[in-house]
Design a protein around this ligand. Structure first.
Ligand code: COA
Length: 186
C-alpha cells in the first residue's frame, strides 16, 4: 500500500517535471548550423536501433544537404532548450515523388536520448501537425517499425490512425521488420 502511494507520488512528480521541461522548450525552424547536432541524434537511431528502417549514417555535410532539401512546404523544425540545446527535430517530407501526392506528407521525429519522455516528441509532432494543416496538406503519413511502441503511442495520441501493416518489408540488424502505416487527415 505504502509502496503504491509512493509510486503515485513519483509518477505525479515525473509529470510535473515533464510539464516544466516541455514548457521551457521552444520550437523554431532548423538552420544549417544545426546539422551536426541533428546528425548525431539521427546516426544513433539509424545505425544501432530498430526504431527506424533507415540504416545509413549522415555526416554533417549530408545532414546540411538534407535540411536544405526541405522547402517551405516541407519544413524541418527543432525543439530548443532554455540553454539553446537542440533536444530533437521533426520534419515533413513528400510522401511520394509524384505531383498528385503534393499534399500528402510523411513525418519523421527524433529526440535526443537524454531528453526522451519529457514531452519533446509531443511538442515537435504537435507543431508539425499544426504547420501541415496551415500549409494546406491533406494527409500526414507515418511509417513506423511495428515494434516501436513509443512512436506508435505518440502518433496515436495526436490523432493518427493505423491503416495497415506491411509485413516483413525491411531487413535490418539481422531481422525482418514489419512496418506500421499510420495516417492523419486534416
Ligand atoms: C518516439 C519519440 C520521438 C518520442 O519522443 P519523446 O520526447 O520521448 O516523447 P514524449 O515525452 O513527448 O511522449 C509523448 C507520448 O509518446 C508516447 N511515449 C513516449 N515514450 C514512450 C515509451 N517509452 N513507451 C510508450 N509510449 C511512449 C506516450 O504516448 C507519450 O504520451 P504520455 O506522456 O502522455 O504518456 C522518441 O522516443 C524517439 O526519438 N525515439 C527514437 C527515434 C524514433 O523512434 N523516431 C520515430 C521514428 S518513426
Amino acid at each position: 500500500m505504502d509502496r503504491n502511494v509512493h509510486a503515485i507520488e513519483l509518477y505525479a512528480q515525473d509529470r510535473l517535471t515533464s510539464g516544466r521541461a516541455a514548457a521551457a522548450l521552444r520550437v523554431r525552424g532548423a538552420r544549417a548550423d544545426d546539422a551536426e547536432r541533428l546528425a548525431a541524434i539521427w546516426n544513433t537511431e539509424a545505425v544501432s536501433t530498430l526504431n527506424t528502417t533507415d540504416t545509413e549514417p549522415r555526416d554533417p555535410g549530408a545532414q546540411r544537404a538534407w535540411i536544405a532539401s526541405h522547402s517551405a512546404l516541407y519544413p524541418v523544425v527543432v525543439a530548443v532548450s532554455e540553454d539553446d540545446e537542440v533536444t530533437g527535430y521533426a520534419a515533413l517530407t513528400p510522401y511520394r515523388p509524384k505531383p498528385a501526392f503534393l499534399h500528402t506528407v510523411e513525418d519523421s521525429v527524433y529526440v535526443d536520448r537524454a531528453w526522451r519522455g519529457r514531452g519533446v516528441g509531443r511538442l515537435l509532432l504537435g507543431h508539425l501537425v499544426e504547420l501541415g494543416g496551415a500549409l494546406g496538406h491533406r494527409s500526414m503519413m507515418a511509417r513506423i517499425t511495428a515494434g516501436n511502441a513509443a512512436s506508435r503511442a505518440l502518433h496515436e495520441s495526436l490523432g493518427f490512425r493505423l491503416v495497415g501493416i506491411e509485413e516483413a518489408v525491411a531487413f535490418k540488424l539481422g531481422r525482418w521488420l514489419d512496418v506500421a502505416l499510420y495516417q492523419r487527415r486534416w
